[in-house]
Design a protein around this ligand. Structure first.
Ligand code: NAP
Length: 466
């Protein structure tokens, strides 16, 4: 590449994987230009719409992302949907490389009868709702029930359980939208049951997140000591594990189980070796309870330890059920997709043709769309570094297809011609200032805009014709 012909990269998404991709690209080469395409009106994806609103320290990672969007080599095209507003071919004509970093915004299913009853929701939807995600502000969620069940024992399940029991004082310190604060303040939920299908040694949550459940002002955490005990195979697994955080996590679970349960208005019951068999409706047709079975742990033929139903059943009252059994990526039209794994097939971030296994020139993937929905925000940094390394190696080797129309103005002209009203970095800066100012007036980190129409109005722009 010469100074006259910078490497042009389109990044789809603006969450952590996308922003770390931008960071690594900027650090590696001066002679490039990066356009970031974000479907929503605000950047940062999972940080803004997935990280729990009472975890502002984690959301603070955006302070490292802000300067990237202000770099003169980077342009933000927010409120532009690749797939709807732009086709992959439109990008291929204008960029040497396209990096898909759009995350995993769909949910996985439990596969049990009654899963679609009213009141049974993906945790992903609830998370998006309490984070003010514009697609989820209208989610029907009846918090006038007394008991909720959360299926799965990952960190998302812990987030969901915690948010359900925050006190009004704790809620008002978050950046949750007013509708969510009001609904949660008026909530009548008293019992939250988190169901892990396997044992304490196989729980996916991390110890700090569990520990936080013991520090809540309005809720106690209860773990049955019998369920906290390890079977011999799990005990051996913990003993063998080179990861000492596992032993510490199991120890924490057992300490909580052994400690007296403090008296609080609400209780979170963390259960192990229990699986839902069926969600049962009440007289109003909405979910009212979960028929569940106790599991025993057995050696899995695939390796590791699996849950096997014992036949011993129980019924758990549940006016709300949140399945928190993992996120799933969604396809991007024009790129291959592995439906089974919910990822874009790739080798180290190079998108591959699933039929031939050959890399598709100029196509890359990073983050949850590349490796599946695992890891914390920081995991995306080395993940993006790997993808960027492949991209730059291919650029150096002359393997990137030359774009037919590399003029940076061309994509703007295309969007304008299609009547797409995008928001750029200065628009985002203004939105950010307005949100923070509204938050400061209420002693909160920010008050988010939750619709494009409200954002456009605040920016003094007319809404696009639909
Ligand atoms: P996760 O960590 O993969 O946990 C998914 C849970 O669902 C596991 O306990 C899994 O159990 C269970 N599960 C899967 N299928 C099931 C089924 N059919 N029936 C019952 N249980 C089932 O996923 P996640 O909680 O969605 O989190 C995604 C990623 O984001 C994780 O890496 C997480 O650590 C991260 N995250 C981090 C934070 C934080 O750092 N504070 C907050 C939120 C999320 P098995 O193990 O038995 O399959």
């Amino acid at each position: 590449m010469t100074a006259a012909a910078p490497l042009r990269v389109a990044v789809i998404g603006s969450g952590p994987a996308a922003m770390y991709t931008v960071e690594h690209l900027l650090a590696a080469s001066a002679n490039l230009s990066i356009d970031v395409f974000e479907r929503l009106f605000a950047p940062y994806g999972l940080v803004r719409y997935g990280v729990a609103p009472d975890h502002q320290k984690i959301k603070g990672v955006t302070r490292a992302f802000e300067p990237l969007l202000h770099d003169p080599r980077v342009r933000l095209f927010a409120a532009v949907d690749v797939g709807r507003d732009l086709a992959l071919d439109d990008l291929a004509r204008r960029y040497h490389a396209v990096v898909a970093a759009a995350g995993a915004r769909a949910d996985r299913r439990m596969g049990v009868p009654g899963e679609d009853l009213p009141g049974s929701l993906p945790a992903t939807a609830f998370v998006a709702w309490y984070n003010g995600h514009p697609d989820f502000t209208g989610l029907a969620i009846d918090l006038q029930r007394e008991s909720a069940v959360v299926v799965g024992v990952g960190n998302v399940a812990i987030d969901v359980a915690r948010i359900l029991v925050l006190t009004p004082d704790e809620l008002r310190r978050t950046d949750m939208p007013p509708y969510a604060i009001e609904a949660l303040e008026a909530s009548r939920i008293r019992e939250v049951h988190i169901l892990g299908r396997r044992g304490p040694a196989q729980a996916a949550f991390t110890a700090p997140e569990l520990k936080e459940l013991t520090t809540l002002a309005g809720a106690a955490l209860r773990i049955d000591p019998a369920e906290a005990a390890l079977d011999p195979a799990s005990a051996a697994e913990v003993e063998r594990s080179p990861d000492r955080t596992l032993a510490r996590k199991v120890q924490l679970i057992q300490e909580i189980a052994a400690a007296p349960v403090p008296c609080r208005p609400r209780t979170i019951h963390l259960r192990f070796c229990v699986s839902p068999l069926e969600l049962l409706p009440g007289p109003d047709g909405a979910v009212a309870s979960v028929r569940a079975v106790r599991n025993r742990l057995v050696a899995s033929p695939a390796g590791g330890i699996a849950a096997e139903p014992t036949g011993e059943e129980e019924t758990i009252p549940a006016g709300l059920v949140f399945r928190s059994v993992g996120y799933r990526g969604l396809p991007i039209p024009g790129l291959p997709f592995d439906e089974r794994l919910g990822v874009i097939p790739n080798r180290a971030g190079r998108v591959i043709d699933p039929a031939s296994g050959a890399p598709l020139p100029g196509r890359y993937v990073a983050g949850w769309l590349k490796r599946g929905p695992t890891g914390v925000i920081g995991t995306n940094k080395p993940d993006a570094a790997e993808t960027v390394r492949c991209l730059l190696e291919d650029a150096d080797a002359g393997c990137l297809p030359a774009p037919a129309d590399p003029d940076p103005a061309s994509v703007e002209a295309l969007l304008r011609g299609r009547g797409v009203q995008w928001l750029d970095c200065s628009d985002w800066q203004r939105i950010d200032e307005l949100e923070r100012a509204a938050g400061a007036r209420e002693g909160r980190p920010r008050v988010k805009f939750t619709s494009l129409a409200a954002v456009l109005e605040a920016l003094g722009r007319a809404a696009p014709a639909t």
